[in-house]
Design a protein around this ligand. Structure first.
Ligand code: ACO
Length: 313
């Protein structure tokens, strides 16, 4: 069974916090944040369901699909609006979708997990999927803690994926988790995010390089064949270190973290959508996605980019 991307969109809340804003209220400074992370500004104050609805509605409008014909919503989030029910149920209702909807939590690797799950369900009877990564990390970040407040923020990105057609959506996938590292990044119920940044950094570079190697091998694809690499947007230094080890150019890498911060599930689709909006992706191009996060989870995939019906890029 084939599947194809036919619409995409992203959403961020309107409130922007710059490094200068943080400098004014925390023991930090623009030079530290920029040099250590590459982040210059981030959007905060969002609500996961609202960001999800906004990105989903715009992606469906782009694809030109009737919401009632979308019979699958897979929502990747670590910050659901509430514990029960899943945020995807209210989003499903608000958007007027049909069929099934569920939340999936694999932290910053979650969007790639969601894409893989949606693709496999499209291969077993579902017709049309909305795959959304959406997080409002600002709600679970202690805004007085300089070690996390400079990093975490809010955002969402959505893809419409249509089942059928001759070509597969995914050429390869590699999903995993190492639960022995679960306490490196966590937020207990009702608490704030806690992270051992240096250890996460060290593991992230290794995990992403290994996982990307596996999907390239599986798909029999060379790095030269990749049009755009959309890595998890946690830290520019991690992305640069990964690219240096892989031998992949920064010019073909999608980076939005300078203006979005780390938006967890939102980060990879925000980067992908930005690359598409900049005209860097054409119908049929291969995109490499790779995320890592709390768990510690990881997920990489090689996907074929698409176009809205009747509008090949
Ligand atoms: N401003 C100024 N100084 C700071 C700040 C700040 N905002 N934060 C920490 N510091 C200080 C520390 O206290 C420390 O001081 P010390 O040397 O006196 O003890 C010093 O800066 C260095 O701290 P490190 O933590 O060693 O700095 P590092 O270079 O490792 O950068 C960072 C920290 C940015 C967090 C980095 O380790 C990182 O990006 N790690 C990976 C995070 C990540 O990828 N998370 C993704 C998963 S998140 C998820 O799943 C939701």
């Amino acid at each position: 069974m084939g599947a194809r991307i036919t619409g995409w969109a992203s959403a961020v809340p309107p409130t922007v916090v710059t490094n200068a804003d943080l400098e004014a209220r925390l023991d930090t400074n623009d030079a530290w944040i920029t040099e250590r992370t590459g982040i210059r500004a981030r959007h905060v104050g969002g609500v996961t369901s609202a960001l999800t609805v906004e990105s989903g509605r715009r992606a469906m409008a782009m694809a030109g699909v009737d919401p009632a014909s979308v019979d699958l919503l897979v929502l990747s989030t670590t910050t659901p609006d509430q514990v029960v029910p899943a945020t995807s149920s209210s989003v499903h209702h608000e958007l007027g979708l049909s069929g099934a909807a569920f939340d999936l939590n694999a932290a910053c690797a979650g969007f790639v997990y969601a894409l893989v799950v949606a693709d496999s369900l499209l291969g077993s009877g579902f017709r049309r999927a909305l795959v959304i990564g959406s997080d409002a990390l600002s709600a679970i970040t202690d805004q007085q803690d300089r070690s996390t407040a400079v990093l975490f923020a809010d955002g969402a990105g959505a893809l419409v994926v249509e089942g059928g057609g001759p070509e597969p959506l995914l050429l390869a996938q590699d999903l995993g988790v190492d639960g022995s590292a679960a306490r490196l990044i966590y937020s207990d119920r009702g608490g704030y995010m806690v992270m051992e940044g240096r250890e996460v950094y060290r593991r992230a570079v290794r995990i992403v390089v290994e996982s990307v190697g596996r999907v390239l091998e599986q798909a029999k694809v060379k790095l030269d064949d990749i049009a755009v690499f959309a890595p998890h947007q946690a830290n520019l230094r991690i992305i640069e270190a990964v690219n240096a080890r892989l031998g992949f150019p920064m010019e073909k890498t999608a980076v939005v973290l300078d203006r979005t911060g780390n938006t967890s599930s939102g980060s990879i689709p925000l980067a992908l959508v930005a690359a598409a909006e900049q005209g860097r992706l054409r119908d049929g191009d291969l995109v490499l996605l790779s995320g890592f996060g709390a768990g510690m989870t990881w997920a990489s995939a090689i996907a074929r980019w698409g176009a809205p019906p009747g509008r090949p890029a």
